[in-house]
Design a protein around this ligand. Structure first.
Ligand code: SF4
Ligand code: SF4
Length: 423
């Protein structure tokens, strides 16, 4: 059985508007971080001229992936800035010359002409990482000797406020389906499935309009419960199977739909990952909207573009209300894994009381954990180890369901951090 909960949506705030574009920033701050890893080799120095798409850093170690400049201009400084995980991270500051100059003209390739080797090389060199929130280098998923039997494209987007994937599929459906089909062909994958929520009839109509020409693609409607977009829930619902660590154990690869579009641009034009769609939304924002944002832009600039805030006592969350993280300022730097900036009224937070021992957090946890016990064991490392908080996917259901308004998820996050430091 799939554990989950029906959560009232607030997608209507941002869904109707077309995707906005913002490229007026005088400076971009390219964070030297990739998938949470800050062990980056810097490839530029102060005074260097960079093109849009120039490599300015490379992640070291096994998961090598480049970081690109999102504008053309001059490297003027290094500065520490907040990113969405709450960390201050060293950034390369580039003064934008507003020319969007590129070193080589974009190519116009046939997606089906790639060999598997060329496919892997291209998405690695273009710096494609998981845009659903993981930031994990995408080439690694496909660079396997194991037979990939099924590709599942995750367009479920189950967080209540976020519509970035929705508007992308609405506006780029044909390109997305073409890419899924090409990935299937190149990697000799038996079947490819695109998954959306069952109540999402508008999106179903859009996909139905195009999918007929792709005979080997299938649309699957999944239940409207949270966290249905979690890989384990998706695999279980669609393929009726479980896995331990990664879906590839069962011959399955799951890719987020925004990642698929980034792969499209990489294969078609050899265009590196330098921008993404971010949902700017929330009851405290004047004009909620999805905006195409260049990596390294401060969220504060986009918030101004969408009309600013209503109430100065604002609460900023990077991500959705369920999995996102409260951030201390709107001056956080947008990077690959940021799909949403949520702006609420600060007083919308509820007051926490003592635990009622109701067990609801345990009952609803999709990872089958005991969040309440984990939260109470932060000073007992041996007990924490037994409770396995590292299996938490940070979905936030325990906090959402808690009648005492305890931020249980935050406690479980702390427990993960404690165990990580213990090694
Ligand atoms: S403990 Fe983690 S996985 Fe379980 S409900 Fe809470 S946030 Fe979700
Ligand atoms: S849901 Fe809240 S009140 Fe109920 S057991 Fe969990 S932490 Fe305690």
């Amino acid at each position: 059985m799939i554990t989950g909960l029906k959560i009232p949506g607030r997608k209507g705030l941002s869904i109707k508007n077309k995707i906005g574009i913002y490229n007026k920033m005088k400076y971009v701050y390219i964070p030297l971080i990739s998938g949470g890893d800050t062990d980056i080799t810097v490839a530029v120095k102060k005074g260097d001229y960079v093109y849009k798409g120039s490599v300015i850093g490379k992640r070291k170690g096994n998961l090598r992936i480049p970081i690109h400049s999102s504008v053309s201009g001059t490297v003027v400084d290094y500065e520490e800035k907040f990113v969405s995980n709450g960390q201050k991270v060293k950034c390369v500051v580039i003064e934008n010359d507003f020319l969007d100059a590129i070193e080589n003209e974009y190519e116009n390739n046939d997606l089906t002409k790639y060999t598997k080797k060329e496919f892997i090389k291209t998405i690695q060199e273009c710096g494609i990482v998981g845009l659903g929130g993981s930031g994990f280098p995408t080439y690694v998923k496909y660079n396997t000797d194991q037979k990939i039997k099924t590709l599942i494209v995750n367009a479920v987007e189950c967080e209540p406020y976020i519509t970035a994937d929705y508007v992308l599929v609405r506006e780029k459906c044909d390109e997305i389906l073409e890419t899924i089909d090409a990935i299937r062909e190149i990697n000799d994958i038996d079947e490819a499935i695109i998954a959306i929520k069952s109540h999402n009839t508008g999106l179903k109509e859009v996909i139905d309009n195009y999918i007929g020409t792709y005979l080997k693609l299938k649309l699957v409607l999944v239940p409207n419960i949270y966290p249905m977009g979690w890989e384990k829930s998706l695999v279980k619902f669609i393929k009726k199977t479980d896995y331990q660590r990664l879906p590839i154990e069962k011959g399955i690869v799951v890719s987020n739909v925004s990642t698929i579009y980034a792969i499209y641009e990489a294969l078609k034009y050899k265009k590196p990952l330098t921008e993404r769609i971010v949902t700017f939304t929330g009851e405290n924002l004047k004009r909620p909207q999805n905006v195409m944002v260049k990596m390294g832009t401060s969220a504060s600039e986009i918030i101004k573009k969408v009309g600013g805030i209503d109430n100065k006592d604002a609460l900023y969350i990077a991500g959705g209300p369920m999995m996102g993280k409260g951030i201390p300022t709107d001056d956080i730097i947008i990077n690959c894994n940021d799909n949403c900036i949520l702006v609420l009224d600060n007083y919308s937070l509820d007051i926490e009381t003592t635990c009622l021992r109701c067990g609801k957090c345990v009952e609803k946890c999709p990872a089958k954990l005991s969040p309440v016990l984990i939260g109470e064991s932060l000073d007992k490392v041996d007990r924490l180890k037994k409770l396995q908080p590292t299996r938490c996917i940070e979905c936030g259901l325990c906090s959402y369901i808690c009648p005492a308004k305890i931020n249980v998820r935050e406690k479980v996050r702390k427990a993960k951090e404690i165990l990580r430091k213990e090694g």
